[in-house]
Design a protein around this ligand. Structure first.
Ligand code: ATP
Ligand code: MG
Length: 502
């Protein structure tokens, strides 16, 4: 019999030396380029969303598949690019480096580091576009994600896996809320991803500095595509951020992702679409503008136990013009998310910061994730405030008010005052519960309106000093028992006596 051993050896050698990786398949030629958009001819087998390699180490993304040409967006710089350059299909979808090595780093939407540090090792990659978890892969939102902002955690609670929109005019403190929420995740085993889209470099730098100052960069990844970057990169940024977040979620971790902001993302996509000569619709946005946001936000989820129980909580931000929440992009994103935090310029300039309009803000699923202590103290607060707003409108007419109305107004004013919170000072759950209980039970009725917050913080210091385990106890149990309530009352009486004698 013939000895075929040499054949087997040869086959083995070939299999072992086979290299995976990008295979350049078909070649075509660039026939037009400008504004980051290319027209390529000759790539017959290209697929929508496929990565295209261009000679000279450049990459583009196939967007428009036409009969005899392909419209693609350029992902790298346009320098040295000219008509006639060769372009190849790669058979790949855009992928970015993911994993622990990204923590504390600033990257651009294609995964290149921007912070001047070591380049990434790129041990693991993930596609920027991937399908959202199905209904069976998800579990209910049942764990709270505290932002550390009293007005939000009490009245508009957010659960892990929820998508809560932050919406408001320019300069109303939208970024401040998102950054405070990131700061509050310190030591809580939640990884944060901050995606900056179309912002000024100075604004992104200031966010990075704030995170550094509060020691919060070590658990945060920043994906930055500033206004000076091309529209295709700005368009890609949120998908890159989500891919990075997904990797952590699939490891069973909790992730908080901030998209700052999706209005600029929509504008970048509109620019690309118009350059690709796609038909435009309302406000010149293309017809699939809803789809680009819904497919992005659907990827935030709380996974089922079988899949590790990880989660992505999303805080997309939308900027409105003159408070118009019924414009095209705001209504789209409102209808995709599970609630919104509505910020108002008037409140902001009136000194109410964070400038949350409680009447127009809502959280559709977070309530079920609230712990008993928070649920109990905040239920009455929401009602009291609604009642107060209604009465405050009537009392503007200067009518003679009876004692009960005056009391409701005074209590409401103090409650509203107690919701003010400085930027960069997130509070722990125990402290919030204690403060809300004190304000909600009207213990502050004889305190001047302007000193409500000072008195509250003095009281918290008093409790932490004399009863150091009390606040930690509430946090551990997540409950406020009848006994605890009595203790708070005793502590407050003691605190008041002590304050009066000083
Ligand atoms: P833009 O539309 O420019 O993105 P924005 O809505 O994100 O603005 P921020 O940049 O967060 O708003 O805040 C605007 C200004 O208000 C900042 O100077 C910030 O320091 C201040 N600010 C925000 N929140 C508070 C707060 N709770 N207390 C005091 N100042 C605040
Ligand atoms: Mg901002």
């Amino acid at each position: 019999m013939t000895d075929y051993a040499f054949l087997t050896d040869e086959l083995k050698r070939q299999v072992q030396s086979f290299e995976y990786g990008t295979q350049l398949k078909e070649a075509g030629r660039i026939v037009a380029c400008g504004d980051g958009v290319l027209t390529i001819e000759g790539l017959v087998g290209v697929k929508s969303g496929e990565l295209i390699y261009i000679t000279g180490g450049k990459y583009a993304l196939a967007m428009n598949l036409e009969e005899d040409s392909v419209g693609a967006i350029l992902l790298t710089n346009a320098r040295d690019l000219s008509e006639g350059d060769l372009a190849y299909c790669t058979g790949r979808i855009v992928s970015v480096p993911v994993g622990d090595e990204l923590l504390g780093r600033v990257v651009n939407p294609i995964g290149e580091v921007l912070d001047g540090g070591k380049p990434l090792k790129g041990e693991k990659f993930r596609r920027t576009e991937s399908p959202a978890p199905s209904i069976f892969d998800r579990s209910k939102v049942n764990e709270p994600l505290y932002t550390g902002i009293k007005a939000i955690d009490s009245m508009i609670p957010i659960g892990k896996g929820q998508r809560e929109l932050i919406i408001g005019d320019r300069q109303t403190g939208k970024t401040a809320i998102a950054v405070d929420a990131i700061l509050n995740q310190k030591g809580k085993d939640v990884i944060c991803v901050y995606v900056a889209i179309g912002q000024k470099i100075a604004a992104v730098n200031s966010v990075i500095q704030t995170l550094k100052k509060h020691d919060s960069l070590s658990y945060t990844v920043i994906v930055s595509s500033t206004a000076s970057e091309s529209a295709p990169l700005q368009y890609l940024a949120p998908y890159t951020g989500t891919a990075i977040a997904e990797e952590f979620m699939l490891q069973g971790k909790d992730v908080l992702i901030v998209y700052d902001d999706l209005s600029k993302h929509a504008v970048a996509y509109r620019a690309i679409s118009l350059l690709l000569k796609r038909p435009s619709g309302r406000e010149a946005y293309p017809g699939d503008i809803f789809y680009i946001h819904s497919r992005l936000l659907e990827r935030s989820a709380k996974l089922s136990k079988e899949l590790g129980g990880g989660s992505i909580t999303a805080l997309p931000i939308i900027e409105t013009l003159a408070g118009d929440i019924s414009a095209y992009i705001p209504t789209n994103v409102i209808s995709i998310t599970d609630g919104q935090i509505y910020l108002e310029s008037e409140l902001f300039h009136g000194g109410m910061r964070p400038a949350i309009n409680v009447g127009l803000s809502v959280s559709r699923v977070g309530g079920s994730a609230q712990c008993q202590a928070m649920k109990e103290v905040s239920a009455s607060v929401r009602l009291d405030l609604a009642h107060y707003r209604e009465m405050a409108q009537f009392s503007q007419f200067g009518a003679d008010l009876d004692v009960a109305t005056k009391q409701t107004l005074a209590k409401g004013a103090r409650l509203t005052e107690s919701m003010k919170q400085r930027q960069g000072c997130p509070k722990s759950m125990g402290i919030m519960v204690l403060e809300l209980y004190v304000a909600g039970k009207n213990f502050l009725s004889d305190v001047e309106l302007s000193s409500v917050n000072a008195v509250l913080s003095e009281f918290i210091s008093f409790v932490s000093e004399y009863y150091p385990y009390f606040i930690a106890g509430i946090e551990r149990k997540g409950k406020l028992s009848e006994e605890d309530k009595k203790s708070v009352e005793t502590y407050f009486a003691e605190f008041k006596r002590k304050r009066e004698t000083v």
